[in-house]
Design a protein around this ligand. Structure first.
Ligand code: PEP
Ligand code: MN
Length: 377
């Protein structure tokens, strides 16, 4: 993806064509100044309206930072003490559309900073546009036969993207840790045949250039959510990033990790809830659907759900997949395998190809009940 495409993806959909690279650069500069509020001007606001706001801010010992889109201007308010009534006061001024307090430690990822949903474009598949995206594939790429059979079945059943790990973070060093570059090559082969974009994990900053040569989406695993060097490295590219929530990360920490990526200039972040550690041991993790609904509210980024890792049990995956869509997830990432009993990793939480095919119409039915459609593929 060209950098300009990735930057444009951050922008409100109705304004896609009118903002420029300078706009995101300026947003990043503004975020560094820790603005306490933003003032969104109407498209019809005059220069005089803008100047009036700036001088009113000065009277309050505050500074206004202008960010000009081609159609409208926003003003970031920078300064120590924001009077409690400032918001109300400014909203009365001519030319002001709305104001928003920025109270959270993350800025670029915050809904207040960027009220419209971000849509991440993965080779034409739109994640976050209201449609329901499904990513399916094995936990790990194991062989050509396995990945090709899985990719064909995934496509047949209506999946939009293929997942598959070549570099696997495993809790034990003695288990299968992936095929490495050979796994990436097999994923690329599956993409070539099926047309499905590929999602694959990158585990270290030094592997980023290699994995980025193959991947359409770079997955950051739960164990790496707070690997800040890795986040910055993928932030320097325009390639979409699937950011999994850490095993015991708060929603705020998760969004701060997204902030690391965006602050490097890559706004194409897809959040992924994959279950958290709780006192409960009956399931591998506890699927936190609160987080799906809340992340959608607090952030403009798309949020998808991973009920495979969220439950750890294949027979619970369909229910939690449907519940995730009902909770507002923009899509699902599911582990599927031609022969889960013989899978080299995460077989117990992988759906058979037939069970996956049976689930897809039910996902479409829940999406339909909510007035949503399945993403086009
Ligand atoms: C995976 O997707 O196979 C994986 C390792 O996920 P997580 O990082 O969420 O554990
Ligand atoms: Mn897995």
């Amino acid at each position: 993806m060209k950098p300009i495409d990735s930057l444009v993806a951050l922008l409100p959909i109705e304004h896609k064509t009118i903002y420029t690279v300078r706009y995101i650069d300026n947003l990043i500069e503004l975020a560094k100044e820790d603005p306490a509020m933003i003032v969104i001007m109407r498209a019809t606001a005059t220069e005089e309206n803008i100047a009036t706001i700036l001088s009113r801010l000065e009277e309050h010992q505050l500074q206004g930072r202008l960010i000009r889109g081609e159609e409208r201007t926003i003003i970031g308010v920078v300064g120590a003490a924001i009077p409690p009534t400032l918001q109300e006061e400014l909203e009365l001024f001519e030319g002001v559309q709305e104001t928003a307090r920025i109270t959270r430690p993350y800025k670029l990822a915050a809904r207040e900073f960027h009220p419209h949903d971000t849509i991440v474009d993965v080779r034409g598949i739109k994640v976050g546009d209201g449609s329901c995206v499904v990513i399916a594939g094995p936990c790990a790429v194991e062989s050509e036969e396995q990945i090709m059979a899985t990719a064909r079945a995934a496509r047949e059943a209506g999946a939009n993207m293929l997942r598959g790990g070549a570099f696997k973070p495993r809790s034990s060093p003695y288990t299968f840790r992936g095929l490495g570059e050979e796994g990436l090559q097999l994923m690329a082969k599956a993409r070539e045949e099926t047309g499905l974009p590929i999602v694959t994990e990158v585990m270290t900053p030094t592997d980023v250039p290699l994995v980025a040569r193959y991947a359409d989406v770079l997955q950051i695993g739960a164990r790496n959510m707070q690997n800040y060097q890795l986040l910055e490295e993928v932030g320097r590219l325009g390639i979409p990033v699937l950011l999994k929530r850490g095993l015991s990360a708060t929603i705020e920490e998760w969004l701060l990790s997204a902030e690391y990526v965006i602050a490097q200039g890559n706004p194409n972040v897809i959040l992924c809830e994959r279950g958290i550690r709780t006192f409960e041991t009956a399931t591998r993790n506890t699927m936190d659907l609160n987080a799906v609904a809340l992340a959608k509210r607090r952030s403009h980024l798309p949020v998808i759900a991973d009920p495979s890792h969220g439950t750890g049990k294949w027979y619970l995956v369909p229910q939690l997949a449907l519940a995730s869509i009902a909770a507002g997830a923009d899509g699902l990432i599911l582990e599927i395998h031609p022969d889960p009993d013989r899978a080299k990793s995460d077989g117990g939480q992988s759906l058979t190809l037939a069970n996956f095919a049976a689930l897809m119409p039910r996902v479409a039915a829940v999406a339909g009940a909510l007035g949503r459609t399945m993403a086009e593929h």
